[in-house]
Design a protein around this ligand. Structure first.
Ligand SMILES: [Zn+2]
Ligand SMILES: [Zn+2]
Length: 630
């Protein structure tokens, strides 16, 4: 589908100069844009980027702005990729292919702002731009070049020409000898050149270049799936099993959604064995998955499948069926959407459910995982303050965002991943129960994909169909359920009420059990780096400790006469009942202070999901349908 559209676009472009005989402003006609990527000194971590631009002859050449994105799709924090750009240079003209090192005149360059370089065209119609980008992070957002490989995510290395993001672009890669190039848009082995319909699709094509990655291939319903693995640690002979399990996940997800739009899809997997790099990122025809362990380790193996299940679900949910704000993007400011609880949270839910439906997990593993997500959300003070929609809008602050300023986000925010996941499971089970199995979230997702992606006219140059608003999702949910579910969205999505867990799980014959973690609450956590003293690391919002005036960095020297340390907190506090008043002595900045604290009711709970022995026949049937997807 994508290749076909590309050809159509190119044919149209070649007709353009003949049709348009009048002179128009530079941004209104597509440029011919050619990217060249080289990496002559891998150990320097410097990617060498060249951009050759050519304007149509009937365009008055003014100046062109080259811009580095402030962030890239899928990770919503602002990273300012421009900070790693060096040696930006512009020259007039383009060297012929037979003499790439020809001498070209230097053009003056003005740095316009933190992300933009302006190049005056000096009355010519072509220019060659070059710069280097430092990249030494293996992730789903950044790029890495070192002696082992090049792995790049285009948003972090390729500038776009301002006002020309929709123009078709060409890319040539010059790789070190014996390094092989692979990405999710390969037409043939050994390929070194690509044509993309626009810059956005080019940066949606992460690429791996190394001498020693492996490739396994499988087919599902006539589509080809490539599993590329680059291991820095021991594989322990696990790769064949991994490929078979990935195939099971693909089958389970395709069986829910129907056939995917592409002909080929590529899983790019890294097992770094460095204990720190870990990420996953969705793309239209590929995914980058980076695990910090070695494939040989059971935990790492499971982690990779968890990532695969999540990222592959994004083929539909977020990459194609997307919130209206997600593409094409303005890369001068962060994306603001209220829909990440759907795009990421519901994907998280299905990522887990599909591990069960594919047969990789048993029922118990799914129940435990869902209970863990509920535990995380329900125990977080931020879930009483921040709704699922607000969490989505806060993504630039909470999606792996760097903070050098102290924040109160631990108390005030909740991640849209677990929050969206629990809203997904509650909505799914309530729909299944209330409609006696006629409706489900599966059907909502399919209906959304059909209406907004497959059947809507293209709203932009970037992608088929159009984006949805949260109100559209609520409407389609009610349509599928055959009843008004507006109240669910009002109370649990736009407001912060606790979702009806017990009621939802009971629909499929499951008991939702909530138990206090300890009989009383104080609301402090210890600084784990201090072994002998109890130094407060954090004070929970609206807790007894907050009411008493305790703050972080206070050292509690006496709690009702007992000297506290990180190890004896629970035991010491456990001697009291809610409502008891306790004399507390602290050391704050070298001063001794005394205060009274009133011990509170339990605030933290553990959650469990278990099967009801006396579940009705209907509830059991609904559970089977939910777990199997049939
Ligand atoms: Zn690699
Ligand atoms: Zn995701």
């Amino acid at each position: 589908m994508i290749r076909l559209r590309l050809i159509t676009r190119l044919v149209l472009l070649s007709l353009l100069p003949a049709v348009l005989s009048f002179v128009v402003a530079a941004q209104e006609q597509p440029l011919r844009i050619n990217y060249r990527l080289a990496m002559s000194h891998p150990s320097s971590h410097l990617f060498e980027v060249t951009i050759e631009v050519e304007m149509p002859q009937n365009v008055q050449p003014g100046s062109l702005d080259f811009q580095m994105a402030k962030w890239s799709p899928g990770r919503y924090a602002v990273f300012d990729f421009a900070k790693n750009v060096q040696e930006f240079r512009a020259r007039g003209g383009i060297c012929p292919r037979v003499n790439m090192t020809c001498t070209l005149p230097d053009f003056p360059v003005t740095r316009v702002d933190d992300q933009t370089w302006r190049v005056p065209m000096m009355n010519t119609h072509s220019a060659t731009i070059s710069y280097k980008v430092y990249g030494n992070d293996l992730s789903g957002t950044f790029s890495q070049l070192d002696a082992r490989h090049a792995n790049y995510n285009g948003g972090s290395i390729f500038m776009y020409v301002v006002n020309h993001k929709p123009d078709p672009v060409r890319l040539e890669i010059d790789a070190p000898k014996n390094w092989r190039i692979v990405n999710g848009r390969m037409d043939k082995p050994g390929q070194r050149e690509w044509q993309f319909p626009n810059w956005d699709v080019m940066i949606d094509t992460p690429t791996e270049i190394a001498p020693d990655w492996t490739e396994d291939v499988f087919q599902v319903d006539g589509k080809t799936y490539h599993v590329i693995v680059h291991s820095f640690g021991n594989e322990g002979g696990k790769r064949p099993a991994l490929v078979r399990d990935i195939e099971k996940i693909v089958r389970a997800e395709v069986s829910m959604w129907g056939p995917p739009e592409f002909d080929e899809y590529t899983f790019l997997l890294h097992f770094t064995d460095d204990g720190k790099s870990g990420d996953g990122m969705e793309h239209l025809t590929s995914t980058q998955i980076i695990e910090s362990g070695a494939l040989a380790e059971a935990e790492t193996y499971q982690g990779a499948l968890d990532s695969v299940s999540h990222e592959f679900f994004h083929v539909w949910n977020v990459k194609r069926l997307r919130p209206i704000e997600l593409g094409p993007w303005d890369f001068t400011r962060p994306a603001n959407t209220r829909g990440l609880w759907i795009a990421e949270g519901i994907t998280n839910y299905y990522g887990h459910l599909m591990l069960r439906r594919s047969g990789i997990w048993n029922d118990k593993q799914l129940y435990e995982t869902l209970a863990k997500q509920i535990t995380e959300v329900d125990n977080a003070p931020g879930s009483r303050l921040m709704s699922a929609e607000e969490s989505s809008l806060s993504a630039p602050f909470i999606d792996d965002a760097p903070h050098s300023q102290e924040t109160n986000l631990d108390n005030t925010s909740i991640s849209y991943y677990p929050k969206g996941e629990i809203l997904g499971v509650v909505l799914d089970l309530l729909m299944r129960g209330r409609t006696h199995g006629k409706a489900s979230l599966d059907e909502v997702m399919r209906r959304m994909y059909d209406e907004f992606y497959l059947k809507s006219p293209n709203a932009t140059y970037y992608l088929r169909g159009r984006g949805y608003r949260n109100e559209d999702f609520a409407r389609v949910t009610s349509e599928v359920a055959g009843m008004d579910l507006g109240d669910f969205f009002k109370r649990y999505v736009r407001d912060v009420e606790t979702p009806p867990y017990e009621e939802a799980f009971a629909q499929v014959g499951l008991r939702f059990v909530r138990e206090p973690r300890s009989p009383v609450t104080v609301g402090i956590t210890a600084d784990e780096s201090e072994k002998t003293n109890f130094k407060i690391a954090a004070v929970r919002l609206n807790s007894p400790a907050a009411d008493a005036g305790l703050q972080e960095d206070d050292v509690i020297t006496s709690f009702g006469g007992t000297r506290l340390n990180p190890a004896n907190l629970l035991k010491t506090v456990g001697r009291y009942k809610p409502g008891d008043r306790v004399a507390v002595v602290i050391s704050r900045g070298g001063k001794i202070m005394r205060m009274n604290l009133t011990v509170g009711q339990p605030l933290l709970f553990n959650y469990r999901i278990e099967e009801m022995a006396n579940a009705s026949v209907e509830a059991r049937a609904l559970r089977r349908a939910w777990l199997s997807g049939k």
